[in-house]
Design a protein around this ligand. Structure first.
Ligand code: ATP
Ligand code: MG
Length: 717
């Protein structure tokens, strides 16, 4: 074969090579983390191109993120050169979906140049519909409707397909009708939302066999990465396209299915063989990424899941260093210690971009980000905004800035109508006009307007209320601590309540972030000092293009790999996350465990797990319970490190082991059969804290059953 000598084939093991060279017919590569699934997919594209089996434009490749698509393009380029430039069909389901819709817009009732709504637009539209139907948005929030509709779309259901019983759930039987009305509005606006990119594609193919036939002729080869996380709509879309050539290759790992909460269905893997009769299944068992101890730890952990297809994994690499587990006194100590370790790694010649911090919940990033700014360590947040740049944090900061300075116009403008209080664009313009004419800040202009006859009585009253609130808060600022003040401001402004009422999937996370914001103010003397710090943090650039520590959620880390991976916050309620347990029970726990598996298997050489014995929740010290996942790690592959902190210890040197704290001997603490009575934890708590701010023994685990965020968890669902 001409390709026998090709560089992209060199070094592949026999199973990988078979997966690359089996070009005809359906193929499923089912294999664990780091076995080369993505590499096989890339080599397969190179092989198809190099052997001239298809033109670049005849290959469809689906990746999970745009970033993954870019990286795959680069790798293919390295293998076959410029041919990759001619591959328009390499991207995410959404990016390919929109490309197809643009070519045939008229067939699904869209005009050219249709717009794609983002979540905010979508919510605004739904609010209008609810208002038009006289549905009380307080009882039936637009965001809940949005996530209900998204759920239907993920399952490939258009309005007429929604089972009547399900459609009846929202707004006393009006859910299905609202979905239909929403779709009609979208059409009238010449717009689609994200879910439509696939749903409308499916409709296009079903209603226009000639169009589908055109794509059948076009796509000679179809390839899909991260197949375990496809939802039903994506699956149906793909199946329609693949029925042409049937040369479809999907690669995935059931143990890494972590998007069940967003509608992904692992069953798509099982369905593959029945939908594509004669499909070949190849299993890859050799892991090339991680050292022996890391792989053994991850495999042992995931073996606790029952719902698995099951597979073997081995590594021929070195045993390497053991996975470490370290307890910190509290989350601040955790961030400090990780920061020190990273500095030590940097001194030893490690590149920062080869170091990742993978958190379970985005609020955890805050302490690390603050720490890195203090240390002057470059960091980059992947897959989302940095903590202080999140919308809810910016809103909250805007309120605080307005309290701090009545002249902060940008801040005032941001929150004058957030939450919505009936101060619309026209009123805002009036405020601006007055401000400009009188040469005063917006707040002063608003004060003047609130007393004049120019505004409608209702708006005037609202405005007066807002101005009076700011006056009151400024007055309280003299006597209250700045953290107390922040809580009052967020409460009385209705801002917290806005998110409490919001039943969308992200709302609970936003509330967590708001609490974390208040917590982050504690070290500062006063509000002004805190806001100055924020201004500095915001000013440091993203470290784009520079060597930087990679900070992200576990969900965003899928498919990636790093030399060193820090996994902080392994505590019950945080990881596994209480919401997952409350809402999905055992299935939720198993998905959390898969997330832990994804986390550990990102590491090539070093995986470092941390937990904090105390976290401050709602401003109170609470002792935590270490994650049950720690108990599920195999003793032989894990090293429990000296714990950090305690005794008012500032934490300047590490590793001395001279302060005589309890050693985290696995044989004793973690082997305890129940995590609710960890004796070693008691020992740790008894160490106390000289500054008097230490946690009380009757902490949070006893009060609320270990629930991490009882409020948010209770509100959802
Ligand atoms: P994940 O499940 O995490 O997505 P994966 O199965 O897609 O992992 P890859 O990312 O493709 O695995 O490969 C993991 C690492 O192993 C990569 O660095 C890759 O280059 C390397 N690798 C894969 N196959 C081989 C091989 N035959 N020889 C040497 N290195 C390999
Ligand atoms: Mg991969």
């Amino acid at each position: 074969a001409p390709a026998a000598e090709a560089a992209y084939l060199a070094g592949l093991n026999p199973e990988q090579r078979e997966a690359v060279e089996t070009l005809d017919g359906p193929l499923l590569v089912l294999a664990g983390a780091g076995t080369g699934k993505t590499r096989v997919l890339t080599a397969r594209v190179a092989h198809i191109l190099a052997t001239g089996r298809a033109f670049p434009s005849q290959i469809l490749v689906v990746t999970f993120t745009n970033k993954a698509a870019r990286e795959m393009k680069e790798r293919i380029h390295a293998m076959v050169g410029d041919q990759v430039e001619g591959m328009p069909w390499l991207g995410t389901f959404h990016s390919i979906g929109v490309r197809i819709l643009r070519r045939h817009h008229e067939l699904v009732g869209l005009k050219s140049g249709f717009t794609i709504l983002d979540t905010d637009d979508q919510i605004r539209l739904l609010k209008q519909l609810l208002a038009a139907e006289n549905i009380d948005e307080k009882r039936w929030p637009a965001r809940l409707l949005a996530s209900t509709i998204d759920g239907w779309k993920n399952r490939g259901l258009s309005p007429k397909d929604v089972p009547p019983g399900e459609g009846a759930v929202f707004a006393n039987g009006k859910g299905g009708m609202l979905y239909a009305a929403y779709q009609a509005r979208l059409k009238a606006l010449n717009a689609v939302d994200f879910g439509d990119l696939l749903l409308e594609g499916i409709r296009l193919f079903r209603e226009n066999p000639d169009v589908l036939a055109e794509y059948h002729r076009r796509f000679k080869y179809l390839l899909v990465d991260e197949y375990q996380d496809t939802n039903v709509a994506q699956y149906l879309w793909l199946r329609l396209l693949a029925q042409g050539s049937k040369n479809v290759c999907c690669v995935g790992d059931d143990d890494q299915s972590i998007y069940g909460w967003r509608g992904a269905e692992v069953d798509n893997i099982l369905r593959f063989e029945s939908d594509f009769p004669g499909a070949k299944v190849i299993r890859l068992e050799r892991n090339y990424r991680s050292t022996g101890h890391i792989l053994a730890s991850a495999s042992h952990l995931i073996a606790h899941n029952e719902g698995r297809l099951g597979k073997t994994l081995f590594s021929e690499g070195e045993e390497g260093e053991r996975v470490t587990v370290t307890g910190a006194w509290d989350s601040g100590e955790e961030a400090r210690a990780v920061g020190e370790e990273i500095e030590a790694l940097q001194r030893a010649g490690h590149r920062l971009s080869e170091i990742a911090i993978l958190v379970r919940a985005s609020f955890q990033m805050r302490e690390f980000e603050d720490r890195f700014v203090t240390l002057g360590l470059n960091y980059r947040v992947i897959g989302g905004p940095r903590f202080y740049e999140r919308a809810e944090i910016r809103d909250a900061l805007a309120y605080l800035r307005c309290v701090n300075s009545a002249a902060d116009d940008l801040a005032f403008e941001r929150i004058v109508n957030v939450p919505k209080r009936g101060i619309g664009d026209a009123t805002v313009k009036q405020i601006h006009d007055v401000a400009r004419a009188a040469g005063v800040p917006l707040q002063e202009a608003a004060r003047a307007l609130a007393q004049s006859e120019e505004l409608k009585p209702k708006v005037r009253a609202t405005m007066r209320g807002l101005i009076e609130a700011f006056d009151r808060w400024r007055e309280q600022a003299r006597t209250l601590s700045h953290t107390e003040l922040a809580e009052i401001v967020l409460d009385e402004s209705g801002y917290t309540e806005m998110w409490q009422k919001d039943r969308s999937a992200e709302a609970a996370g936003r509330l967590e972030n708001l609490k974390e914001l208040v917590r982050s103010m504690e070290p500062f003397e006063n509000l002004a000092g805190f806001l100055e710090h924020i201004a500095l943090v915001m000013d440091t650039d993203n470290g784009a293009g520079e060597d930087a520590v990679q900070v992200m959620t576990l969900h965003s880390a899928k498919g990636l790999e790093f030399d060193t991976v820090f996994l902080p916050g392994w505590e019950e309620g945080l990881f596994p996350h209480q919401r997952a347990l409350d809402e999905q029970g055992k299935a939720g726990l198993e998905e959390e465990r898969r997330l832990a598996y994804v986390g550990i298997t990102r590491a090539r050489a070093s995986a470092r797990i941390w937990f904090a014995s105390n976290r401050r929740i709602h401003g109170l010290w609470n002792s935590t319970v270490p994650s049950r996942f720690l108990d599920e790690l195999p003793d032989a592959h894990v090293r429990v490190e000296e714990s950090r902190g305690g005794m008012g210890w500032g934490g300047s040197s590490y590793g001395g082991g001279s302060y005589g704290q309890s050693r985290f001997d696995r044989a004793e603490p973690f082997a305890a059969s129940s995590y609710s009575t960890p004796g070693w934890q008691r020992a740790q708590n008894n160490r106390g804290r000289s500054d008097g701010g230490g946690p009380s023994r009757s902490g949070f685990s006893e009060r609320s059953g270990g629930r991490y965020d009882a409020g948010a968890a209770g509100r959802r669902g």
